[in-house]
Structures are given as structure tokens and as C-alpha cells.
Design a protein around this ligand. Sequence first.
Ligand SMILES: [Zn+2]
Length: 352
Amino acid sequence: MLDKLNEIEKAALESLAAINDEAALEAWRVANIGRSSPVMSVFSQMGALSKEERPLVGQRANQVKVAIETAFAQKAEAVKQAALAKALTGEKLDVTLPGRPARHGRLHPASQNLRRILGILAEMGFQTYTSRESESDEYNFQYLNFPPNHPAREMQDSFYIEAEGREDNPILMRTHTSPGQIRAMREFAASDPENPPAIRIALPGMCYRFEQITARSEVQFNQVEGLVVGEGITFSALKGTLSDFARRMFGQNAKTRFRSDHFPFTEPSAEMDVECYVCGGKGCPVCKKSGWLEILGCGMVHPNVLMNGGYDPRRYTGFAFGMGPERQIMLRYKINDIRYFWGNDVRFLEQF
Ligand SMILES: [Zn+2]
């Protein structure tokens, strides 16, 4: 019986060595480890053995069974690895095929131009100062020299926010970035009330007006405003700074002109035009044949505004200017409808 077990082990291991695929391996497993395999039949014949033989044969039969099973497990692993290696070499990937393009978002055209303007102003020493979008009537109008019932308020119909007990100073969405002038001046002045420091800041952000939405007017738009306050600031400083800004923004040969205008918070006030960059000043539909484009409003800060900001107008002067980033893009790209900007149509936005 022990000789027979040796033969069973030898035959099983030899036939296993020749196997290379999973189907043959499975057939081998059934034949050599299955219920009716030779080694299992030895166990079923144990009852016929003598008392002396039984433990020896039993021990040897177990050894053979373990040896066959161990060999099978090793072979199964080897066959699996071989199949994997074959699959890897057989099913080659063509890594030279172009991949699926990743879609990148980008900044809204208004944000792009806003950043460009702020970048140019930063080169000129203007620090960006962001201010709140909901304001009180005092900051949005009164401190900026728009008293209650002032006719200039008619130009800036507003979105009011309901708030109990604030009838004399209601909350509204800011109609311009100018309330930031007062907030900035008060903050700077608070640092040294006897000798408030000089200011050179840019105030960017969204403004809101209660308008009929048309091709020319929207309920929301960006503004960028500049404010310079200090001792001995003159109108020629305003003209020099803004002409320099126009050259940086529209090119070294950009020509500018100033026309007098009126704003409640500046005195004197002006509009700055830049020579039409679409036609080069010859006259075209964009500039309405005038050769000039209206780019920004500006003026010397009104003494009342300086005072409201904590700066003594007998000692300090300053100038301010404001412009619309969307308007500049509309002029440059001949966009004839302002509603495209906030309509969220990617066909428009993807062009920038
Ligand atoms: Zn033109």
C-alpha cells in the first residue's frame, strides 16, 4: 500500500508538471484531488488494513494528499500569472492615440478686463480695496454729496432691502463703487486722525441699478474706481495720471481729451475720452463718427466728501475716477447687446 501511495504521488506530480492552461489544470484537479481520485480511494480502503499497517498508511496518505494539494496551488498561481502576462503582451494599448481633451474653465470676459485694469493701476501704485455690495443710503448717497431728493439720484434707481426702522437710512444694493471711497477714507483716517495718511486705491466690483433691462442697460454691471487723496493733489495730477493710464490700457499712442461734466461727489468734474481704437479717430459707427470714445468719468473730490471721509478739505485734496469694464469690451469687440454678459450663454463666453 505504501508503494502504491508513492506511485500515486509520482504520477500526479509528473502529470501536473506538463500542464499549462486553466482547462487542463481543472481536469487534473478533478482526477487527482477529487472525491474519486487515487489518493482518496486509499483512504476508503483503510478499513481493510491490519491494525499495524493502518497508522503508517494513514500518515503516508495524508503526506501525499498535502503534497499534491500544495503542488496544485503553486501550479494554479503559475498558470494565472502566465495567462496575465500573455494578456498584457497580446492586448497592447496604443498610447499614441490622442486623449480626450480636458475642458478648462476660464474667467468671464468682464473679470478678465477688470483684472487687466486693476493690474495696470497696481503698476501705477494703486492698492485694490474691496468694499461691501449692500450699503446704507448714507454711504451710497448722502456722504457722497447726494442729499435726499437730490435730482442726481434719479439717475440711479435702486434696489432697496426691506429693513424695519431704517426709513431715514434704508439699505440698498450699491448703485456705484463710490461708497467704498468713504469707507476707505474713514479706515485710513482712523489710523491717525490728526494726520490721515495719503490714499491711492482702486475700488472694483459689482453695482446694481433698478433698470429696465435692454440692449443698453442691465441691472448689474462692474465698475472700477480710483481714489487719490493727499496734500497738494491737483487737477493736473488727475490729467497726468489718467492720460498715463490710457496709454497703458489702449497703447502708447492713445490720445485723450477731457470734457467738463457734472457729478455730485466731484468738483470740478470731467469725462475722459480716448481716441477711437476701432477706427483710429477717423470716425466709425462704434464712435458714432466722432472719433472719440467716452471711457471714464473723473473729477476733484468734493470738499464735503473729503470731510465725510475724515480728511480736512482745507489741508487735503484728491481726485477720483470711475469706469466700466464691460463697456470697454463692448466697444472693443463691437458687442451691441449688454445682456450677453450675464445671460450665461457659453457660446458668447467661450469667445473670450
Ligand atoms: Zn471710431
